[in-house]
Design a protein around this ligand. Structure first.
Ligand SMILES: [Zn+2]
Length: 253
């Protein structure tokens, strides 16, 4: 009688928490094969980030990489006069530090916690060494880098071509998806910064969406009341990005 069952032994079982009992929500980590998860997860350090915590600035050497576990991280393009605009959004589906996967060392953007967030941190050298032993992890990070590039391209076009109320709807939907909640804790001042537009126009746009019964806006908090109609109020960018991600997910199997 066989003492062990090799197929059962090698069957992938998703990791649900790190060694310290911190629950894993990050989708890249959850989907890893067991042998890679066993190699990687003990090397991760769980961290809580306060709102506005900066993970890196443009030009910084990337000392760490981060698997976002909850909350929302904004990727901003920053100019010397201090102006900045959001070019990417990362939640529990994602990772901060994609240049490292391609062998690069410096950050081209600012990564900042938009709201309170939790992450699993990993030293850059450890990441690079681990990638050599973890082909599935490497592939997943490459795929995520492509998703971010696609998102950034779409957001650039969106900021140039679409009206502020459509962009606001698009932004709220993207944020809500990443946080996993219909309540997005944000001020209008921050929204203006994220959308690269004046605060007053964001206030008008939020007022319009509220009057139409799509959102309820209180000080520092936006509640999505009617998601279906908010999707209709958004420009096509939200749907375009969603369907591209779905298509790629299917192609990757
Ligand atoms: Zn758009």
């Amino acid at each position: 009688m066989a003492k062990s069952h090799p197929s059962a032994k090698s069957a992938p079982k998703p990791a649900s928490s790190d060694g310290d009992g911190n629950h894993i929500h990050n989708e890249i980590l959850i989907g890893l094969p067991r042998n890679e998860a066993d190699l990687l997860i003990p090397k991760l350090e769980f961290m809580r980030l306060r709102t506005h915590h900066v993970l890196h600035e443009p030009g910084d050497t990337l000392k760490s990489a981060y698997f976002c576990n909850s909350g929302l991280i904004s990727i901003l393009s920053v100019f010397q006069d201090g102006k900045s605009v959001e070019v990417g959004l990362v939640g529990k589906e994602g990772f901060i530090g994609t240049p490292l996967v391609a062998g690069f060392r410096t950050a081209p953007t600012r990564a900042i916690a938009q709201i309170e967030a939790t992450v699993f941190r990993l030293n850059s050298e450890t990441l690079v060494a681990t990638l050599r032993e973890c082909p599935s992890l490497e592939r997943r990070l490459q795929q995520f880098a492509q998703v971010m590039a696609m998102q950034t391209t779409q957001i650039a076009a969106c900021n140039r071509l679409h009206e502020v109320n459509e962009r606001l709807a698009r932004w709220l939907l993207m944020s809500s998806d990443r946080i996993g909640s219909n309540s997005v804790p944000l001020t209008q001042e921050l929204l203006g910064q994220m959308l690269g537009t004046r605060r007053s126009s964001v206030t008008v746009a939020a007022g319009m969406l509220q009057k139409a019964g799509l959102i309820a806006h209180t000080r520092g908090d936006v509640e999505i009341v009617d998601r279906r109609r908010l999707e209709e109020a958004s420009c096509d960018c939200y749907g375009i990005m969603q369907s591209q991600v779905e298509k790629w997910r299917g192609e990757a199997g």
